[in-house]
Design a protein around this ligand. Structure first.
Ligand code: COA
Length: 145
């Protein structure tokens, strides 16, 4: 399994390219890039994931695995890494919006909630208000202690 590492500024353009390739929004990625992880082989980005932090809650976003590398467990590993990072950052609940990977996230312990029950900070994010205005909302409590 390729190594997952914190993204650095030089990775930004390749991450944006991968997101476009899998049809995910790129708006706001730059603003939260300090909370992104990537998996890289030579110069090619195989996968990425990020989290927008709003106090004790986080919005998981930009989970992408390069099409030629999907189905080998990398997506799952990226989610695990961002959950560990979120715990380190004191986040208790992760939210996400998705129209393409609901079953993937159900397997990883995420549950659907009605949109109006999302945390107020999450409701103000651009994903919620404009990028994915009708996507189902999922959440997971990661505060085990
Ligand atoms: C969703 C995505 C990141 C999964 O990455 P991946 O590396 O292929 O996933 P994994 O190999 O870790 O898959 C883990 C499991 O989820 C399943 N799975 C993968 N993608 C899935 C999807 N879109 N829907 C349902 N199940 C999916 C796999 O079959 C696998 O099941 P198994 O453990 O029973 O074999 C990848 O398909 C992708 O980049 N999709 C396009 C972008 C996207 O939709 N991102 C999510 C936006 S929030």
């Amino acid at each position: 399994m390729p190594i997952i590492a914190k993204a650095i500024t030089q990775d930004l353009s390749n991450v944006l390219m991968l997101l476009k390739q899998v049809d995910l929004p790129i708006e706001g990625v730059k603003d939260h890039f300090q909370n992104f992880f990537i998996s890289k082989e030579d110069k090619m980005i195989l996968g990425c994931i990020g989290i927008e932090i709003y106090g004790r809650v986080g919005l998981l976003r930009s989970l992408a695995v390069h099409p030629s590398f999907q189905g080998r467990g990398l997506g799952q590993q990226l989610v695990k890494r961002i959950e560990e990072f979120s715990i380190e950052k004191g986040i208790s609940n992760i939210y996400l919006l998705t129209e393409t990977a609901e079953k993937f996230f159900l397997k990883l312990g995420y549950q659907f909630i009605p949109r109006d029950e999302a945390d107020p900070n999450i409701k103000q994010s651009i994903e919620f208000t404009s990028l994915c205005p009708s996507a189902p909302v999922m959440t997971k409590n990661i505060n085990f202690f």
